[in-house]
Design a protein around this ligand. Structure first.
Ligand SMILES: C[S@@+](CC[C@H](N)C(=O)[O-])C[C@H]1O[C@@H](n2cnc3c(N)ncnc32)[C@H](O)[C@@H]1O
Length: 222
């Protein structure tokens, strides 16, 4: 992983809310609505679960009997997730998304929110998430992105590359983390490059939607 999330775990949630003006909560909710449209309980894997916000959203919409496994590389992020999800049917594992410790076809639903951008080997991570999904299962991915519109892109770059590192860098006392964020967003593949990668991982159906002028994108794959 190119960046160590242990260093920003304590301020991660509050700075997420601040940076996105709370929109990250709505984006996760929309992803969960796209992920779960069945009345039966599911086996769910939340990859790069971090502080557990996506896992919590999934469990809030899931039917009784749903079991969720949350994995992440960062002990500190996952410690917060454990506390947040206390009392829910969830288990937490330190594991690498690029080498998932589960047999083929273990899950009905795999989710990942704002995680894949941080993988050292994106295709390897996508291949693994497809491998652990059972035939007919669904994979839902959310990721931050830069808008396509040139005027919005210029404003976005000002916000993401100048304001976020100054404000969030100061509040988290880790400017590097908030310089890494816009750099990783700007180099992350757009749908035209990412869709063939998802197909190469084995997904036959890949649907993409842009949220909030394209600053967040959702992929629903099966
Ligand atoms: C931006 S946070 C996202 C957390 C959470 N999913 C959310 O919705 O807020 C990215 C997370 O990805 C994790 N991560 C990065 N690379 C990973 C990998 N190869 N395997 C597992 N987790 C990884 C980081 O430790 C971090 O907790």
């Amino acid at each position: 992983m190119p960046f160590d999330f242990d260093k920003i775990a304590r301020s991660y949630d509050s700075l997420n809310r601040l940076m996105t003006a709370g929109l990250d909560i709505l984006w996760r909710r929309r992803a969960v609505r796209a992920a779960i449209d069945t009345a039966r309980p599911l086996q769910v894997l939340d990859v790069a679960a971090g502080t557990g916000d996506m896992a919590l959203s999934v469990l809030r919409r899931s039917k009784p009997g749903t079991r969720l496994t949350a994995i992440d590389l960062s002990e500190e992020m996952l410690a917060i997730a454990r506390r947040k999800l206390r009392g829910r049917t969830a288990e937490f594992l330190i594991a690498d998304a690029e080498r998932l410790p589960f047999p083929d076809g273990s899950f009905d639903l795999v989710t990942v929110a704002f995680g894949v951008r941080n993988f050292a080997h994106l295709q390897q991570g996508l291949d693994e998430m497809r491998r652990v999904l059972r035939p007919g299962g669904r994979f839902v991915m959310l990721e931050l992105s830069a808008p396509d519109n040139p005027l919005l892109l210029a404003l976005y770059k000002l916000y993401a590359c100048r304001i976020i590192p100054s404000v969030c860098g100061l509040l988290s006392r880790n400017r590097k983390a908030y310089e890494y964020l816009p750099a990783s967003i700007l180099r992350f593949p757009k749908p035209a490059r990412l869709t063939p990668m998802l197909r190469a991982a084995g997904f036959e159906a890949v649907a993409h939607r842009a949220f909030t002028f394209g600053v967040c994108r959702m992929y629903v794959c099966s």
